[in-house]
Ligand binder design. Structure first.
Ligand SMILES: Cc1cc2nc3c(=O)[nH]c(=O)nc-3n(C[C@H](O)[C@H](O)[C@H](O)COP(=O)(O)OP(=O)(O)OC[C@H]3O[C@@H](n4cnc5c(N)ncnc54)[C@H](O)[C@@H]3O)c2cc1C
Length: 262
């Protein structure tokens, strides 16, 4: 199986700051990490490779420092790593991002499967995986917690709020995965050292065949940030800590009664 995993480097913080003028995230000076769910996507791909053979390629669109995240992926099982990086990709919304990723996927190889994370830690739209499937006109399965291949088809278990759903999809297919079963493995010192020496294929916008420049970066983005603001934080709460859970419950009931809330 030829598997492509899309990975994004995200700011290592939950305190994301937004530029009040442009409405974009401020990324400068914030340490970056591999998007946690993309580590799960890679784990899913490496398990499939171990079960059926084949290769795993990781692909990222981002600044040159995203190479670090790609090397981290090589250390835990990716065979090849590709970074598409260019100022022309800047200010891309999810549509422009997924277009650039899908055009690169077409050029790189005849993949059977593309694996994405369910969403990222920063943008958190969950749109990029499904949009890649649309650009490529492939089948897609979201919220995947487990999968296998049987008779050339993908059998995926979807993690739903109300239970589990098993679906069958034709290959090639794009899936987005959850973290429940895909706990990422740790690299070894040896694999880390080897990954450090791995050459990352770096492509600019001009090196991606048939890429329509009107569909990437700001030109290709259909989303405009109309307004952004930081929501006011709530007032400090109260922690009830009696000796037993029962006593805490009684105290809570008393407070609610006194406040005429029940
Ligand atoms: C107007 C506007 C301007 C923006 N400008 C910028 C900018 O200049 N720089 C910037 O970094 N972001 C920018 N963004 C944010 C950018 O559009 C999103 O970060 C990006 O499209 C991915 O969306 P997401 O984070 O919601 O990913 P999701 O859809 O939540 O991600 C799902 C999965 O898709 C894959 N994926 C997502 N993004 C990538 C990627 N880049 N490479 C590989 N795989 C990926 C991963 O597997 C991920 O788990 C901008 C957004 C808007 C609306």
């Amino acid at each position: 199986m030829k598997i492509l995993v899309c990975v994004k480097q995200v700011p290592d913080t939950e305190e994301i700051k937004i530029d009040p003028v442009t409405g974009s995230l401020i990324r400068e000076g914030v340490p970056a990490i591999l998007n946690p769910l993309d580590a799960c996507a890679l784990e899913a791909a490496v398990r499939l490779k171990e079960a059926y053979g084949g290769t795993v390629t990781v692909l990222s669109m981002g600044p040159p420092q995203a190479k670090e995240a790609l090397k981290q992926c090589v250390a835990v099982g990716a065979d090849e790593a590709v970074l598409i990086t260019d100022r022309a990709f800047k200010d891309a919304d999810t549509l422009a991002t997924s277009y650039a990723l899908s055009m690169t996927a077409r050029q790189l190889d005849a993949f059977d499967l593309i694996v994405c994370g369910k969403h990222t830690l920063d943008g958190e739209t969950g749109q990029v995986g499904p949009q890649i499937a649309e650009h490529l006109d492939w089948s897609q399965v979201t919220h995947v917690m487990d999968m296998k291949v049987e008779e050339g088809k993908l059998l995926a278990v979807r993690e739903m709020e109300e239970g589990r759903e098993v679906v069958e999809a034709m290959l090639p297919c794009v899936v987005s995965v959850t973290k429940t079963l895909y706990k990422p493995r740790y690299p070894t010192i040896k694999s880390k050292l080897a990954a450090g020496k791995k050459e990352i294929l770096t492509l600019s916008a001009d090196e991606i065949e048939n890429l329509d420049k009107e569909r990437i970066g700001m030109a290709g983005s259909r989303t405009k940030v109309a307004k952004s603001f930081t929501a006011p934080t709530g007032q400090a709460g109260m922690i009830i800590q009696e000796e037993t859970a029962e006593a805490s419950g009684r105290k809570l009931a008393q407070i609610l009664l006194e406040a005429k809330l029940v």
